[in-house]
Design a protein around this ligand. Structure first.
Ligand code: 2M8
Length: 406
């Protein structure tokens, strides 16, 4: 076995709780929704049974309305290990927010690695309910797109695209951050941002997890991943000899809405829309590149030109920068405001393969593996130097490395 793959497998074994994997023992000691999907993509090569278990465990925490919660709390972990913990959310053993819907893709991949019809049949209706919740419960703008109600829902917590919508949210005070005990303050969101996250989450909780509050944003990353997830669901339906046309139509509707309302042809980019003002937030973040995961994307050449241009310099920097390299606020180390993340790099590599950019895809994949190995599976990396940032032995970095090496 390859040494890096062996070390990655050991990281995943170390972060395994018995029925799911924590992203990081210290910083994130519970199960996170989109992390588990990326983790399953790697686990399927090491132990398909564990990959299935990871996803099944997540979906046992699905809510009656179909939402898949962004955190499933581990009852054995002391409550003070993570803030906001279970007592904050008043939602049993979960949070009430969601994360990007990458699960159908993971379920399909796990099945393809080791076919298991019973697993697929058990997960299919849960995935349908999950996507239905997003489509029907989250269309705040009436444009056929999902609106996220909290930055944590994007998975890209302190993305500069949220700065403007967050100006409506006064920071909460009087709480204790736990993340700074495990992470360098310069690598994490600022105190003001954290205060805004806490206030927004508390307001959403107090509405019974129903209302669109001060923050409602149509995120191109989230919506592109939903369209891709519907395509995966269509393939799952076909494997199960069920009708699939409805899923392909749903994918096409989301993609059309994104194309018509979030794409700026002059900029060659997909921007987020602030539902409250109706305006696009003209920040170039890696979320705007994620529509590349869609195989049938008419604007792919223009989007690829932006990806390889001065703002992201794909192929000439390490990974995929999370923010515009030319922006004054670009920061090489601070969380989602510049550093390259492995899940985004993995997704963009898939997109490059769809759009015939094989050499660039290979270079990106090799680079991701090299940085992961050199940084002991860092959470994120400086795009200019490849230096590791955030926590180490981070699960999705290890899992996606296994996938790239398999
Ligand atoms: C980060 O988000 C959590 C809140 O959900 C946090 O900062 O505490 C993000 O990077 C998110 O994308 C990721 O799923 C989570 C766990 O790895 O950490």
């Amino acid at each position: 076995m390859n040494v890096t793959r062996e070390r990655a497998a050991a990281v995943l074994a170390g972060n395994w709780l018995g029925a799911s994997t924590v992203p990081s023992r210290a910083l994130y000691p519970h199960q996170w929704s989109w992390d588990s999907a990326f983790i399953a993509l790697g686990l399927r090569h090491l132990s398909p049974g564990r990959a299935r278990r990871e996803l099944r465990t997540l979906f046992t925490a699905q809510w009656a309305d179909g939402r898949v919660p962004h955190i499933v709390f581990d009852p054995q972990t002391p409550p003070e290990a993570y803030f906001p913990g279970p007592s904050f959310w008043h939602a049993g053993r979960t949070s009430g927010l969601v994360q990007p819907p990458v699960h159908a893709r993971a379920v399909l991949a796990v099945h393809r690695t080791e076919p298991d019809r019973e697993f697929l049949a058990a997960l299919y209706p849960k995935l349908v309910a999950w996507h239905d919740y997003l489509r029907t419960g989250r269309d705040a703008g009436g444009r056929g797109l999902v609106a996220i109600v909290h930055p944590w829902e994007s998975g890209m917590d302190n993305s500069p695209a949220w700065d403007e919508p967050l100006t409506r949210v006064p920071p909460a005070t009087g709480f204790v951050r736990r993340d700074l005990a495990h992470g360098d303050a310069g690598d994490r969101p600022s105190d003001d941002d954290y205060g805004r996250y806490v206030r927004l989450a508390a307001e959403y909780r107090d509405s019974g997890y129903r209302d669109f509050g001060r923050f409602a944003v149509e995120d191109p990353g989230f919506n592109a991943l939903l369209a891709d997830a519907e395509l995966a669901l269509a393939e799952i339906a076909e494997e199960l000899d069920l009708p699939s046309a409805g899923h392909r139509e749903a994918a096409a509707r989301v993609q059309k809405a994104m194309q018509e309302t979030l794409w700026d042809s002059a900029a060659g980019f997909f921007f987020a829309r602030d539902v409250h003002t109706g305006s696009l937030v003209r920040e170039y973040t890696c979320a705007g590149l994620l529509p590349l995961v869609l195989p049938d994307l008419a604007v792919a050449p223009a989007l690829l030109a932006t990806a390889t241009g001065p703002r992201f310099r794909l192929g000439r920097v390490h990974g995929v920068p999370s923010y515009d390299l030319t922006a004054p606020g670009f920061d090489t180390g601070r969380y989602w405001r510049g550093p390259s993340w492995f899940n985004v790099g993995w997704l963009i590599r898939q997109g490059l393969l769809h759009h015939g950019e094989f050499a660039l895809a290979e270079r990106l994949g090799d680079d991701l593996v090299e940085i992961a190995a050199r940084t002991d599976f860092a959470e994120y990396a400086d795009p200019l130097t490849g230096a590791g940032h955030g926590t180490r032995t981070f699960s999705w970095t290890a899992a996606l490395t296994v996938d790239l090496l398999s």
